[in-house]
Write a protein that binds this ligand. Structure first.
Ligand code: GRF
Length: 203
C-alpha cells in the first residue's frame, strides 16, 4: 500500500525547486520521504537531512532505487532539475490507471527545446517568447502530457542571466501549484476523441 500524501524528489542541481516543494509540503503536512540525488550537487547542502532523508543513487542503479522506493512507498515523485532519465521499472512503480505519478519541471515551452539546457538554447536562438512547462513524465524525453505552461517575453537587452531569472521565477510559481494539485489527487486526464489533456478541480 502506498503512503498517501507522500512523495520523493529527484534532483541533480542547485535545488531551488526542490526546496520550494519541501517548503510547500511542510506547510501542508505532506510527507517528504526522500531527496534522491544522482551526484554530489549543491542541493545536498541546502536540505536538512533530519527533515528530509537524502539518498545518493547513481542513475542506472535501478535495483537500488527500486529497493528504496519499495521501502518508502511514496505515492508521487517530482523531478526538480534531475538530469537523468528514469528507468522503465521506476516509471512502472509510479504507474496509475491514467498516468505515471511523476511530474517534471522543464525550462522551455515544450515541445520546444526538450532535453538539457533549455534556457541557454532558446536564448542563443534568440526566441522572443519562452517559458516553463510542468508535465507528466512518460518514457520519452520531456514528451509527457503538459500540466501547466507559462510564457515570458525576452527583451532584446536581456542578458542570459536575466532571461534565466525570468524563467526561474515562473518555475517557482508553477511547480508548487502543480505539486499541491498532484498531492491532493486533483489532476485528471480528460480524453476527447482527437486529443487528451490534463484538468483539475479548482479549490
Ligand atoms: C530548472 O531550470 C528546471 O527547470 C530544470 O533544472 C533546473 C533546476 O533548477 N529541469 P534548481 O536546481 O531547482 O534550482
Amino acid at each position: 500500500m502506498l503512503d498517501s500524501k507522500s512523495f520523493v524528489v529527484f534532483a541533480s542541481g542547485e535545488g531551488s525547486n526542490a526546496l520550494n516543494l519541501f517548503k510547500a509540503a511542510k506547510e501542508r503536512g505532506y510527507h517528504a520521504k526522500a531527496l534522491i540525488v544522482d551526484r554530489e550537487a549543491p542541493v545536498i547542502q541546502r536540505v536538512d537531512p533530519h527533515e528530509v532523508p537524502i539518498y545518493r543513487i547513481r542513475s542506472g542503479n535501478e535495483i537500488e532505487l527500486l529497493n528504496l522506493l519499495s521501502e518508502l512507498k511514496p505515492k508521487w515523485a517530482f523531478l526538480a532539475g534531475y538530469k537523468k532519465i528514469l528507468g522503465a521499472a521506476t516509471l512502472d512503480f509510479f504507474k496509475s490507471a491514467d498516468f505515471i505519478r511523476i511530474l517534471n519541471i522543464h525550462p522551455s515551452l515544450l515541445p520546444a527545446y526538450p532535453g538539457l539546457n533549455g534556457y541557454e538554447r532558446a536564448y542563443k536562438d534568440g526566441v522572443r517568447v519562452s517559458g516553463v512547462t510542468v508535465h507528466f513524465v512518460d518514457s520519452g524525453l520531456d514528451t509527457g502530457l503538459s500540466v501547466m505552461q507559462k510564457t515570458f517575453s525576452r527583451e532584446k537587452k536581456d542578458s542570459l542571466a536575466e532571461f534565466i531569472a525570468k524563467g526561474k521565477k515562473i518555475e517557482h510559481e508553477l511547480f508548487p501549484k502543480a505539486f499541491v494539485l498532484a498531492m491532493e489527487d486533483k489532476l485528471k486526464i480528460i480524453k476527447k476523441e482527437n486529443s487528451h489533456f490534463v484538468d483539475w478541480e479548482e479549490s
